[in-house]
Design a protein around this ligand. Structure first.
Ligand SMILES: Cc1ncc(COP(=O)(O)O)c(C=O)c1O
Length: 370
């Protein structure tokens, strides 16, 4: 018997379940990798910007050196692109790193942090990992109910996580509701606005969060290079907040948390608006292709503002059956029972032929009944 004592709050953590990797499914089901379509992790089906690819190739020999721990040039590039002071930027090994750094910086055991029902799973994990208590607020129609958030605040509340758009539901919060919320949250509570999918939003829906940073010193916006920028495998995210919040978080950040290749790839990506526009167009077309097919199959889905959509089958049993059927036929989607949505599956938007594959296999399940 192991005599190592693990704190209860660590012992009770259920680890994050990611989308199944192509190699793993190929190995287990004996399907050639080339025949597998992965629509399970909200990655960019176009890959990465050609400019980023070139930057990686040109800088590959640098990896024998430690990266610039302060990522001077990348912060400069973000500063130029979004007009944010470099003292207001913190970089992370994926935006997950930023979400975790917030928990490690601002939460102590027995503090409370609030998030929504059906919100991105990492919030509850990082809260629990520091011994704090996660308060899950019931959603309204699968979306964040910020009025209920306000009523959940008490003396122990130190952090609030909001995903906008949210994953896995794809829901978006109206700007006026967000503003009202920010105006009414006590200023000592750190509010994290997770905008991992912002690049997919159209101009009228796009976040104004960066403009709000100067008004709300307790606001932190987190962004990701894993989605529209296509750099999920290299890991990069960033947080934007008041210089005070950034300075405290930087005290506990691992010194080399952002690798050398992603620094150079991200600088090149920020200089490639055409790639992001093209990614948005491909996503819009694919979203239309998939949701039209769902409609014609009379499958309910939640309107999504991201690069994925959650759709509802008859019940949990049906969702498992459809998931297995898709998998057996080489299409990986994501079950979301762990988000308290057992009768749903989530599919990421792919290229036209990938979406077609998904739709055709879904259609072939039809006799089983939705
Ligand atoms: C809402 C949301 N936030 C953050 C992340 C974390 O992404 P990454 O750590 O790759 O930047 C994800 C990934 O799926 C997400 O869906």
């Amino acid at each position: 018997m192991n005599s190592i004592v693990i704190p209860d709050y660590i012992n009770s953590i259920l680890p994050y379940q990611g989308g199944r990797p192509i190699k793993e499914v190929a190995r287990e089901l004996n399907i050639p990798e080339g025949n597998i379509v992965k629509l399970a992790s909200n990655e960019n089906p176009l890959g990465i910007s050609p400019k980023a690819k070139k930057a990686i190739e040109d800088n590959i020999s640098d990896i024998s050196r430690y990266p610039d721990g302060n990522a001077y040039y990348l912060k400069e590039a973000i500063h130029k692109k979004f007009n944010i002071l470099t003292s207001q930027i913190i970089l992370g090994n994926g935006s997950n790193d930023i979400l975790e750094l917030v928990a490690r910086t601002f939460l102590a055991p027995n503090d409370e942090a609030i998030f929504s029902e059906h919100a991105f799973a990492v919030y509850s994990l990082v809260i629990q990992s520091v011994g704090a208590k996660g308060i899950e607020v019931p959603s309204s129609n699968y979306s964040h109910d910020l009025e209920k958030f306000l009523t959940a605040i008490n003396k122990k509340t130190k952090v609030i996580y909001i995903a906008n758009p949210n994953n896995p539901t794809g829901t978006l919060i109206e700007k006026s509701k967000l503003k009202f919320f920010l105006n009414n949250v006590p200023k000592h509570i750190v509010v994290v606005l997770d905008e991992a999918y912002d690049e997919y939003l159209h101009d009228d829906a796009k976040s104004e969060g960066f403009n709000w940073i100067s008004q709300y010193e307790n606001l932190l916006i987190s962004r990701s290079f894993s989605k529209a920028y296509g750099l999920a495998g290299l890991r990069l995210g960033y947080g934007v907040s008041s210089p005070f919040i950034i300075e405290v978080m930087n005290r506990i950040r691992q010194p080399f948390n952002v690798n050398a290749l992603v620094q150079t790839a991200a600088i090149a990506s920020l200089d490639d608006d055409e790639f992001i526009s093209r990614s948005r167009v491909v996503n819009d077309l694919g979203m239309n292709q998939i949701t039209s097919a769902l409609t014609s199959l009379r499958i309910e889905f939640i309107r999504s503002y991201g690069n994925f959509v959650a759709f509802k089958l008859k019940d949990e049993q049906a969702a498992i059956m459809y998931y297995q059927h898709l998998l057996k036929n080489g299409v990986i989607v994501r079950p979301i029972a762990n988000y308290k949505m057992p009768s749903f599956l989530r599919v990421s938007i792919g290229l036209e032929h990938e979406n077609d594959r998904f739709i055709n296999i879904l259609r072939s399940c039809n006799p089983i009944g939705f």
